[in-house]
Design a protein around this ligand. Structure first.
Ligand code: PSU
Ligand code: MN
Length: 303
């Protein structure tokens, strides 16, 4: 059911650093052709930092760990690719469908392939109004139970960030800040909330991963990496766009798995494309940090 690209397979066998990347960000998170360009750029950043990229998705019911450029291109423009989280996996496999993997499904497949570090833009979380809707991303449960370290730029303010932190605490997921005490808020470097711990180097992060694995503590670790100031958005501009997008979503009655893709798309429209540029920059910034962490972890994991 899993097809691991030969280059990725060889790197894993030799104990070299491999970084997983997701495909929902390509098919449901950004418009074509910038989605494909970003996916290629993120892979290039991983390579330039001395790690091997493995973009993950499902083609005709087969999980691909390490997609080719042609496959990524398909994910960027093909219509009707499903957004696949944990619950969708068995059906997509059985029906031999195409599936773009979210953070939760990518974590599962990365773990099955033997990859520890996974880089993305933002994770799903507890949505605003979840007290009523119970809309809580499957990403959070996955972080609780699957042994993968996820590097992201925090969670978007389309979510309820305080509740997302509470949920992660309950689930036993460490929320760490890369060179910061403040939880980043995706488009901006600070949310006004604190992470659990600050981490100051890739070596330190690798040691935390190793301690978690060696002590048999099941589950992921979240490393939040702030967007560089020069690419961050103006807080007022982004807050306003988010408010408008959420109101539009409620008015149109959009629910469930369509919420996050709708909000991302609407925010890009409302900011005249500025949010997309920030999104692209932060993904590449995460790819750099994730690759360094993967390299340090590869050095110590078998000690
Ligand atoms: N956040 C982003 N871009 C994305 C996503 C989140 O900035 O593309 C995607 C990820 O794949 C994440 C998913 O796992 O949305 C969460 O969806 P939901 O809220 O439906 O769980
Ligand atoms: Mn949801």
């Amino acid at each position: 059911m899993i097809k691991i690209n030969p280059e990725v397979k060889k790197a894993l066998e030799e104990g070299r650093a491999v970084v997983a990347l997701e495909s929902t960000i390509i098919s449901h998170g950004m418009p074509y052709p910038k989605n494909v360009k970003t996916a290629f750029e993120a892979e290039d950043v991983v390579r330039s930092h001395g790690a091997v990229p493995a973009t993950i998705g499902i083609i005709d019911g087969v999980a691909i760990v390490g997609m080719t450029h042609e496959e990524i291109e398909q994910f960027g423009k093909r219509e009707g690719i499903l957004k696949v989280s944990r619950r969708d996996l068995p059906v997509v496999f059985a029906k031999k469908l195409w599936g773009a993997t979210t953070v939760s499904a990518t974590m599962i497949l990365a773990h099955q392939a033997g990859i520890e570090v996974f880089v993305t833009g933002g994770i799903g979380g507890v949505h605003r109004g979840a007290q009523e809707t119970m809309d809580i991303s499957a990403d959070l449960q996955e972080l609780a139970k699957t042994n993968v370290t996820v590097v992201c730029a925090g969670a978007k303010a389309i979510l309820d960030l305080p509740l997302t932190l509470e949920y992660l605490e309950t689930m036993g997921v460490p929320v760490l800040g890369y060179k910061t005490e403040d939880l980043p808020a995706f488009y901006t470097s600070k949310s006004g909330l604190k992470v659990d711990y600050r981490v100051d180097s890739p070596e330190e992060m690798a040691r935390i991963i190793k301690e978690k694995r060696d002590s048999g503590l099941v589950g992921g670790i979240l490393l939040t990496n702030p967007i560089p100031e020069e690419f961050a958005m103006d807080k007022e501009v982004i807050d306003k766009a988010i408010e408008t997008a959420i109101r539009r979503m409620d008015r149109l009655g959009i629910k469930g798995k369509d919420c996050t893709p709708f909000l991302l798309k609407t925010i890009v429209e409302l900011t005249g494309g500025e949010s997309l540029e920030s999104n692209i920059r932060l993904v590449c910034n995460n790819a750099a940090v994730g690759s360094e962490v993967a390299k340090e972890y590869a050095k110590i994991k078998n000690l």
